[in-house]
Design a protein around this ligand. Structure first.
Ligand code: ADP
Length: 227
């Protein structure tokens, strides 16, 4: 379960004051739920995902992700929290000098799994995104959509219960964006909790789910039909 309770986040401005991005925000996302987080650029979508990843901490209020709480978590537990989540963030690019297989395996080596377990998890993740046959290709040999599939395989390889995705269809042509969204929806149907930040209303309307709009530091539930 994910819960934000009265969360306020601000960033310092060069003039010495602070810009408040979210203010007294409360929100709950249950296991196996799928939700979109929408709002224009700068509305705080990435900030909210980073709060859950505990890459950012609130100025005020509490963020809970399963048994982890932002006000109690110890630094050494943050890697464990992160291993329980899969992330598709724009700044987590693929390593250009590693194959698809190695890109997915990379993050698993640090978890202390045996070589056989890593191999099993990587092959399973690549199969789930439909890319087993391209496991030995390098990122530059893959299309944009295929690269995004590798990113998703990497995110799910460690069996996370939740997937956080920040504009996962952002830089893709509409047809390819649809294929990626269909993959994410199918992962959700298989039980994955999915929280996806997007400003692509076309995708939200075509694949409707609970939709949370960030506006003026608050989150409002909206009907995707009305977008
Ligand atoms: P979104 O993902 O919706 O585009 P962000 O969460 O990235 O929104 O940003 C929300 C606001 O916070 C923006 O005004 C942005 O400039 C500001 N912001 C985000 N990260 C930082 C940072 N590290 N330092 C200062 N301001 C930031």
């Amino acid at each position: 379960m994910i819960e934000l309770r009265d969360v306020t986040v601000s960033y310092p401005l060069p003039n010495g004051t602070r810009k408040t991005v979210v203010e007294n925000l409360s929100l709950e996302i249950r296991r196996s739920e799928m939700a979109y987080l929408i709002g224009p650029t700068g509305s705080g979508k990435s900030t909210l995902l980073r709060l859950l990843y505990m890459d950012r901490f609130p100025d005020k209020g509490v963020v809970r992700v399963d048994e982890y709480r932002s006000d109690r978590i110890r630094k050494k537990d943050i890697p464990y929290l992160r291993r329980s989540m899969g992330v598709v963030f724009q700044d987590f690019q693929l390593l250009p000098d590693r194959s698809a297989y190695e890109n997915v395996a990379f993050a698993l080596y640090v978890t202390g799994k045996s070589g056989a377990e890593v191999k099993h998890d990587v092959m399973r993740a690549l199969a789930r995104v439909g890319l087993s046959h391209k496991r030995n290709q390098y990122p530059h040999e893959l299309s944009g959509g295929e690269q995004q599939r590798v990113v998703i395989a990497r995110a799910i390889a460690n069996h996370p219960w939740v997937l956080l995705a920040d504009e996962p269809t952002g830089n893709l042509d509409p047809g390819v964006a649809d294929e990626i969204q269909e993959l994410l929806v199918s992962l959700h149907r298989q039980g994955m909790t999915l929280l996806m930040a997007t400003h692509d209303y076309r995708i939200v309307k075509k694949y409707p789910a609970r939709t949370l709009a960030l506006m003026n530091g608050q989150v409002v539930e909206v009907d995707p039909e009305t977008l």
